[in-house]
Design a protein around this ligand. Structure first.
Ligand SMILES: *Cc1c(COP(=O)(O)O)cnc(C)c1O
Length: 236
């Protein structure tokens, strides 16, 4: 199937999952996870209706950015981010989804202040408490949202999670439910009226319908749009 056809199929499955959960399809953003894809493929996806690309690696982002590949779409950064690479992203990406430390949050805020803008961010939660994954504990997420609300250069918009790879359908329901609870809780407790906590980013090719049933407002999908990727290498 072509990318355009895949996008159509996935978008309709997203819409069905939303309706099944009593939600409006427009509440859910499809983020195309474009790691390892070429600028040409990214252009094709945008031409076929993708409005947000999710990038994992700063190096790939820089190359596609230089190519003008993202024209017509926004970019979210969804990979592990080092402080020294913040300068490449702030002001260029609409959302940094993977903030996982105080220091990173401060570095993003400082860079944004220097550029005279406010960078939207999500806090990444390691909901499965996996050693191999980035992200903070749920309790720390509350503190980082609070800190982000106080820092001048960042605006906290919500939470992101990558639960353990589920072996069976519905295998991550418990993690998605925990994330939703945390999200609702944080939303209720963040009173600052300059802050709007409205993004819950979770769900990938294998489990997005389940994530939507549990409140996801953004799903990040790669394989189901672009096909299987070659084995992962380390972050770059
Ligand atoms: C690759 C990736 C995805 C998409 O995963 P698929 O299973 O290919 O849909 C989503 N989120 C993040 C953070 C990723 O790195």
């Amino acid at each position: 199937m072509s990318i355009a056809e895949n996008i159509r199929v996935i978008r309709s499955r997203i819409d069905e999952a939303a309706l099944a959960a009593g939600r409006r399809p427009e509440e859910i953003t499809l983020v195309a996870a474009t790691k390892v894809q070429t600028s040409e493929t990214i252009r094709q996806a945008i031409a076929a209706g993708i409005t947000v690309c999710g990038e994992n690696r700063v190096q790939e982002f820089n190359a596609h950015w230089a190519d003008g590949a993202y024209e017509g779409a926004k970019v979210h950064f969804i990979g592990h981010l080092q402080k020294n690479k913040v300068k490449y992203l702030v002001g260029r990406v609409a959302l940094i989804e993977s903030v996982d430390s105080r220091e990173l949050l401060q570095a993003i805020s400082q860079r944004a202040e220097k550029l005279g803008l406010v960078q939207d961010v999500l806090i990444e939660v390691n909901i499965g408490a996996e050693l191999s994954k980035s992200g903070v504990r749920p309790e720390e997420a509350r503190q980082l949202i609070q800190l982000a609300a106080e820092l001048p250069g960042v605006a906290p918009r919500g939470l992101m999670a990558i639960p353990p790879a589920a072996g069976i359908s519905g295998g991550n329901s418990r993690y998605f439910a925990e994330m939703n609870q945390l999200f609702v809780d944080i939303k209720a407790k963040t009173y600052d009226n300059r802050v709007s906590i409205d993004c819950l980013s979770m769900g990938m090719s294998g489990d997005f319908a389940d994530a939507i049933a549990h409140g996801a407002t953004q799903v990040r999908i790669g394989t189901a749009l672009f096909g299987a990727r070659p084995p992962m290498r380390a972050n770059g």
